[in-house]
Design a protein around this ligand. Structure first.
Ligand code: ATP
Ligand code: MG
Length: 368
């Protein structure tokens, strides 16, 4: 049996991949070839960049000359992790680079650019799911053990307050107020634990996004400018609309809370078929439909950036840290992916979802 042709493998590589040769003026690196993922990454076609200087198109914040020279000299692969790669028309993204010599031709180097967003999320799905599970157990325990005595404490404080002077009553009011706050927190925790499995059906993602957007702009995001960039030709997704609404509300709320004095939020949808993941049943499946919620706020606090999807991780004074844990849990149960890419001035949460079986494009077009 023969394997797939190299051209097919080249086209299927989901990360931007280039062939570089040192045959430009003064030995500069030129692009010999690139795969479709690289064309997408640079928002251009192979035709327009073939034979062009590589580092005119790719701004890489690392000593690339040195790395390429070592790859050629040692004829061995080199990994360069966590470097910023800019493409001219989009802000730099943190990526992991892999350089490898190309067989017989000692001058040609293969360069793979894996945006860290993709690199990062592949490893963490299972960890997120198990963290969410342990939070559910804790939620049940906490809610049952603490809510009842709290009700007793609040009731006793209210009784006491009847016979107290005004200045002392301030103290009992404080007890009542604070116990209420804890009860509210516990209710949120309980809600997190009680989430039912998704009731999936074909859903027009834009209907759900519009519901989330409308409720955001009249409520918690009233101080923000919210714009949308929808691709109206998108097919239907396979999802539970109420749970997706919760996901988008949580993301919009975080974006709005990151900028209490106002800022911009962009809700974008698009189709891109390069992302395939293993589902819970172990089979690979495509997640071609993407929703991005982007804001121009300060970005994730660096101290919690790698753990924001874990329960009880919050960078806000009164945050419970359950918003993103719930997002992660719901999306995992939809066999989807959630990823974040954040730096000061630009934070993007991306949700990737599977299509409904037999996508009914026509039906969607009629309703959108
Ligand atoms: N768009 C964003 N910009 C900046 N920081 C963010 C953004 N989204 C989330 N964060 C950070 O991640 C933390 C965790 O978010 P998450 O939604 O899980 O919890 P929370 O907002 O603190 O509390 P809750 O959503 O439960 O009320 C936030 O506290 C905030 O510090
Ligand atoms: Mg939140």
């Amino acid at each position: 049996m023969t394997g797939p042709a190299t051209g097919v493998i080249w086209a299927a590589l989901p990360v931007p991949t280039f062939l570089l040769a040192r045959n430009g003026p003064n030995g500069s690196e030129m692009i010999l070839d690139c795969n479709p993922a690289a064309e997408q990454f640079l928002s251009t076609s192979l035709k327009s960049i073939k034979g062009q200087p590589a580092f005119d198109k790719l701004m890489i914040d690392a000593p690339m000359e040195d790395a390429l020279a070592r790859t050629r000299a040692n004829q061995a692969a080199i990994f360069v992790n966590d470097v910023y790669v800019g493409t001219g028309d989009r802000p730099p993204q943190i990526c992991n680079l892999q350089l490898a010599p190309l067989g017989d031709d000692r001058d040609v180097v293969l360069m793979l650019i894996a945006p860290r967003e993709i690199a990062g999320r592949l490893g963490r799905a299972e960890a997120v799911k198990s963290a969410a599970k342990s939070a559910i157990g804790m939620a049940d325990m906490l809610a049952h053990e603490i809510k009842n005595p709290l009700a007793g404490i609040a009731g006793a404080a209210q009784l006491l307050s009847m016979n107290l002077s005004n200045s002392d009553r301030e103290l009992t009011d404080l007890i009542v107020e604070e116990t209420r706050r804890i009860v509210k927190l516990l209710e949120q925790v309980e809600q997190f634990g009680n989430q039912r499995p998704p009731d999936c059906r074909p859903v027009n993602i834009h209907d759900v996004l519009e519901r989330a957007r409308r409720s955001a702009i009249v409520g918690f995001a009233a101080h923000m400018t919210v714009r949308e960039a929808y691709d109206p030709s998108l097919p239907l997704v396979w999802a539970d609309p109420d749970q997706l609404l919760q996901v988008f509300l949580n993301l919009l709320k975080n974006a709005a809370e990151a900028q209490p004095n106002g800022g911009r939020i962009l809700i974008k949808t698009f189709f891109e078929h390069s992302l395939r993941v293993k589902s819970r049943s172990g089979t690979g499946h495509a997640l071609p439909l993407h929703v991005e919620i982007k804001d121009d706020g300060p970005g994730l606090p660096p101290s919690i950036a790698s753990d924001v999807f874990d329960p009880f991780i919050s960078g806000r004074e009164n945050g419970t840290g359950l918003g993103l844990a719930l997002v992660s849990k719901i999306i995992a149960e939809h066999d989807g992916w959630v990823a974040v890419d954040s730096m000061p001035g630009r934070t993007v949460f991306r949700i990737s979802l599977p299509l409904a079986p037999n996508p009914r494009k026509a039906a969607l077009k009629e309703t959108s």
